[in-house]
Design a protein around this ligand. Structure first.
Ligand SMILES: CC(=O)SCCNC(=O)CCNC(=O)[C@H](O)C(C)(C)COP(=O)(O)OP(=O)(O)OC[C@H]1O[C@@H](n2cnc3c(N)ncnc32)[C@H](O)[C@@H]1OP(=O)(O)O
Ligand SMILES: CC(C)C(=O)C(=O)O
Length: 516
């Protein structure tokens, strides 16, 4: 084991997905996992296999597709959870079970209703049982941040003896300050010595998650549990991009400590997650926010023009932000320039079909819009990749509305080589579109969330719509729509959610007879 290597454990697909409104379907999770692999993440926590058949399906598919990163599933210290985790990750090249139980007085007394002794026994049984599925078992003392150090040591001894290789000490409720966590991690790392790797998993309730992660690394932690864009339960987790760049930029402090993260992939990974979840990082978010490398005021601009490092502590290209694109795309650009641009933007695994479909859409867009930005191209490619399950496909949409009239939508949809047309009224234009689509497809969706953002600036910007829709009392499915026309993007996003629901339903029924 290299003492200077910081293992990057990404939990975007598990804790990140616990952010309200951030659930992803299996295809989306696979795309994220492949991008995390490209980013160089050591361990991907692909989900909580026992949580639902959909989660089990996603973890097992990722386990079979990703080759370089270790694939891990979280599980409570409960036999059936561990079994589901073990079965889900078993086909991975490298696999891990991550089992946990809370160790703080407040969690043991009120939530688990267990005595400390019972918790230790349960933890040991969990690790021993997990070892019957995989060699690599991680154990987490949930709410370690509010646990007693002496009890943590007892739990650590017991689970290490049972075979746990990594001990994670989460600050589950983001309570600790960096100096406090640093001393706790120092004491427990020294206590563990070479018996196990000490890991940290910090939440951001006081805005200290990344500070806590870095303080822990400086005090012996050799695994960091992080998420892209800092997604996660409540105020989120420590952001991968922040922790990794701090270690890289501040060599004077971190010395020989390093991660294997391919940092020029950070921005593309962040964009993929934002596009899939529809949750944009705040504009001033470190590393990946829209303003992270923007200089507004004259004195700063003057400084950067004279010498970039006056106001930039890292180069935008180090994190994959391309500031000055040399290739300008427009209506006269051809396929070669388009392909070149998407490679430049970091998409090197786009299939010919996806490229051709995106190129056709690019040409239509270029006819309507003067400047095609990098963000437009990125969205076109991602949208094509996210909407490949075209069970139902929007062919035409016509809407009419006036301030005192009856909103109406006429919709035509392709289904199995047939074009089905219908028209209907609604309480607003969007309602008319949704109701007409429901009538054509025979599925009545319940809209749980709707978001629209403009991809770039200007009146002719592309609209990117993300919907979350539940069908037949299912969980909410995400749909994406992209168009210069917001209503067209809305219809596509709604149909996309239905397609996503139907493909998941088909796959689960085929694989294991489960309902969605
Ligand atoms: C800090 C974290 O992020 S932990 C991970 C959070 N992630 C999730 O919760 C994943 C999504 N969760 C789910 O789908 C569901 O909660 C399930 C399937 C896991 C469990 O559902 P249910 O069996 O209905 O239980 P429910 O969620 O209501 O309550 C949790 C139960 O697990 C117990 N429990 C909680 N953590 C643990 C643990 N680590 N080990 C053992 N038992 C635990 C609780 O005490 C409670 O038990 P009780 O029902 O006897 O009171
Ligand atoms: C289960 C653990 C790792 C967790 O998510 C937390 O404590 O926040």
């Amino acid at each position: 084991m290299d003492k200077n290597k910081i293992i990057v454990f990404d939990t975007t697909l598990r804790d990140g997905e616990q952010s309200p409104g951030c659930s992803m379907n299996t295809d989306e999770k696979i795309k994220v996992a492949l991008q995390l692999e490209k980013l160089g993440v050591d361990v991907i926590e692909a989900g909580f296999a026992a949580a639902s058949p959909g989660d089990f399906d996603a973890v097992s598919q990722i386990a079979q597709i990703v080759k370089n990163s270790t694939i891990c599933s979280l599980s409570r210290a409960i036999e059936n959870d561990i079994k589901q985790a073990g079965l889900a990750v078993q086909k991975a090249n490298k696999h891990r079970i991550h089992t946990f139980i809370a160790t703080s007085p407040i969690h043991m007394q009120y939530k688990l209703k267990m005595t400390p002794d019972e918790v230790i026994k349960r933890a040991v049984r969990a690790v021993e049982y997990a070892k019957t599925f995989v060699e690599d078992v991680e154990f987490s003392c949930e709410d370690a941040g509010r646990s007693e150090i002496s009890f943590l040591k007892e739990v650590m001894d017991a689970v290490i003896n049972a075979g746990a290789k990594t001990i994670n000490l989460p600050d589950t409720v983001g309570y600790r300050l960096p100096t406090e966590l640093a001393s706790m991690i120092k004491e427990l790392s020294e206590y563990a010595k070479d018996r196990a790797i000490i890991s940290v998993h910090n939440h951001n309730d006081l805005g200290l998650a990344t500070a806590n992660t870095l303080a822990s690394v400086l005090n012996g932690a050799r695994q960091i549990e992080v998420t892209i864009n800092g997604l996660g339960e409540r105020a989120g987790n420590s952001a991968l991009e922040e922790a990794v760049m701090a270690i890289k930029v501040r060599k004077d402090i971190f010395g020989d400590l390093y991660t294997n993260i391919n940092t020029p992939e950070l921005y593309a990974t962040s964009r993929l997650i934002a596009t899939i979840t529809g949750v944009e990082p705040q504009q001033n978010k470190a590393i990946v926010g829209k303003n992270a490398f923007a200089h507004e005021s004259g004195i700063h601009q003057d400084g950067v023009l004279k010498h970039q490092e006056t106001y930039e502590i890292m180069r935008p290209e180090d994190v994959g932000v391309i500031k000055d694109s040399t290739l300008i795309l427009g209506k006269h650009s051809g396929r070669a320039a388009f392909r070149d641009k998407i490679v430049q933007l970091g998409f090197d695994k786009v299939s010919d079909d996806e490229l051709n479909a995106a190129f056709e859409r690019f040409k239509v867009l270029a006819d309507k819009k003067k400047d095609i930005t990098d963000d437009d191209v990125r969205m076109l490619i991602t949208d094509e990749a996210l909407n490949h399950d075209k069970i139902y496909e929007l062919v035409g949409l016509q809407i009419s509305d006036c301030s005192s009239g009856m909103p109406m939508a006429a919709v035509s949809i392709k289904y199995e080589d047939k074009i089905i047309k219908d028209a209907g009224l609604g309480d607003g234009t969007m309602d008319a579109i949704f109701k007409t689509i429901d009538r054509i497809t025979g599925y009545s969706g319940e809209l749980k969330d709707y978001k629209v953002i403009s991809v770039s600036e200007g009146k002719d910007s592309l609209a990117k719509v993300t919907t979350r829709v539940s069908f037949e009392n299912s969980q909410a499915f995400v749909g994406h729509g992209l168009s210069i026309d917001t209503m067209q993007a809305t219809a596509n996003a709604y149909i996309g959610a239905l397609n996503s629901y139907l493909s998941q339903k088909n796959r689960l029924t085929k694989n294991c007879g489960h309902q969605v």
